[in-house]
Ligand binder design. Structure first.
Ligand code: F6P
Length: 462
């Protein structure tokens, strides 16, 4: 098995252990590295006044992490700038929130150079190199320019937008052409891949051949759908731990006899939290008999706090949660618990298991691993119901969830009632179909799917 070099903006610390507060992507990449061994390279999360390119290493078993510090200007222009003020909103179909600043592009290019300069010497001849996400699209080309002739793969964790939206980015052509330095490019769903192919054929005069081969000029890459999964077996086991049982009991004891509706999301406008609150508010308004019998817990750890749109969504949610509780709360009942911090995974597993309903209703999402974790945490004899946005990548696989349009408060309200009143047999039937997919198409399946395609690819000419 070939050694892996994973490159992503963020790198998970190795010494966090299973109790650590890790995101789905980090868990997935760690799983890939545990299996194959190799290096995970990225930004340390810290800044230094002047970039040095000095690498800090950590080792655990066959896995090494290698991180660099960046300059404050890099973070402003690259992370808070082009990545999260331009690409993130645009790729989540939010042209209205997208900022188009040339300075951001300069910073984005500079950091990709810096990444390439520092990581290139760590790459050995036979390594498979796997670059992740929208922060690092140009990295493949930068590595090729430094003589890296290895197989290079790129995986996009977020949606790929329709051509009509993408062309509003002044440098759209440069960005997409940069993907042709890779050998394999992966998307979460067939729909995002279709959007990519549409762009290539209509804007770059490219062709789409058999077997996922996409050609522009003299470069051919393989573009594939590869939906990311979770470490299902580990998460199912986490739901059986003492920490999970403790969290579950804490939920039960704090609201005896009341049904829990749970949501867990980074505090991000793509997650549809105001719309979710509005859907729940509609449910409370339409079903007075249900008040006092349910409560909603929304866990939403803050994210990208330097970016104004994130500050605005936080302020909006503070207002909405206050309004809902002000309107509907009683002396012994809080309809909405809204918590701005993260929890370790076993505790989350316990919270999911205590829930009658999981609300995963992003306005747009590359995949959404919370949907899969919610399913993996359920009690097979009495599972909760997953309400899932049609606009999450996960909806393509999880068709036995209750699928909703997250923009419609009425649809959300109906879905909540349906989930709360769903007969046990139907809950079990739906859950069995969902868990079957979550087990079969887990993170190991995803890694093998992508890396097999990468190993089979013809090596690009440098
Ligand atoms: O899954 C998309 C993603 O942007 C990852 O690349 C990223 O690590 C994660 O969400 C969390 O975002 P951030 O690293 O900006 O906190």
């Amino acid at each position: 098995m070939k050694r892996l070099v994973v490159i992503s903006n963020r790198v998970q610390q190795l010494n966090q252990g299973p109790g650590g507060n890790q995101g789905g992507l980090a868990v997935a990449l760690l799983a890939a590295l545990k299996e194959r061994g190799g290096v995970w390279f990225g930004w340390s999360g810290s800044t230094v006044p002047e970039f040095t390119g000095e690498i800090a290493y950590e080792h655990e078993g066959p896995t090494t992490t290698a991180v660099i510090d960046l300059e404050p200007q890099d973070i402003d222009e690259y992370y808070n700038g082009f990545a999260n003020r331009t690409l993130w909103p645009l790729f989540h179909y939010r042209v209205d929130l997208t900022e188009f600043e040339r300075d951001f592009e300069g910073g984005y290019a500079r950091v990709n150079h810096r990444f390439a300069d520092t990581v290139a010497p760590l790459i050995e001849e036979e390594d498979l190199v796997w670059v992740h996400d929208y922060h690092l699209v140009p990295l493949g080309g930068e590595l090729r320019r430094r003589g890296v002739a290895n197989r290079l793969g790129f995986f996009l964790h977020i949606p790929w937008p329709p051509t009509d939206l993408l062309v509003s980015l002044p440098s759209h052509r440069r960005l997409v052409e940069a993907l042709f330095a890779y050998d394999v490019v992966g998307f979460q769903t067939a729909d995002w891949l279709e959007n990519f192919r549409h762009y290539v054929t209509t804007q770059l005069d490219g062709t789409v051949g058999e077997d996922g081969l996409v050609t522009v000029g003299d470069r051919t890459i393989r573009a594939i759908p590869a939906p990311i999964g979770i470490e299902t077996a580990e998460f199912e086991a986490a739901a059986q731990t003492q920490a999970a049982a403790f969290a579950r009991d804490r939920m039960y004891m704090s609201a005896t006899g009341r049904s829990l509706i749970v949501g867990v999301d980074r505090l991000d406008y793509s997650k549809g939290l105001p719309e979710r609150f509005a859907g729940y508010e509609r449910f409370l308004a339409q079903h007075p008999d249900r008040r006092g019998l349910v409560y909603m817990l929304q866990i939403a750890p803050p994210s990208r706090e330097k970016v104004d749109t994130y500050q605005e969504i936080r302020a909006a949610l503070d207002g909405l949660s206050g309004r809902i509780n002000g309107e509907y709360a009683d002396i012994d009942w809080t309809p909405l618990r809204y918590v701005n911090k993260g929890y370790p995974r076993p505790e989350l597993a316990g919270v999911y298991r205590a829930a009658r309903v999981g609300l995963v209703t992003p306005l747009r999402d590359g995949m959404n691993l919370v949907a899969k974790e919610f399913v993996a945490a359920q009690d097979p004899r009495d599972p909760g119901v997953l309400i899932l946005s049609r606009f999450a990548g996960a909806a393509a696989q999880m068709t036995d969830a209750v699928l909703v349009n997250p923009y419609s408060a009425d649809e959300m309200s109906e879905a909540i009632l349906r989930a709360l009143t769903m007969p046990r047999e139907e809950r079990i039937r739906r859950w069995e179909s969902l868990i079957d997919c979550v087990r079969r198409e887990d993170v190991h399946w995803w890694c093998d799917l992508f890396l097999d395609a990468l190993e089979d690819a013809d090596v690009a000419a440098v």
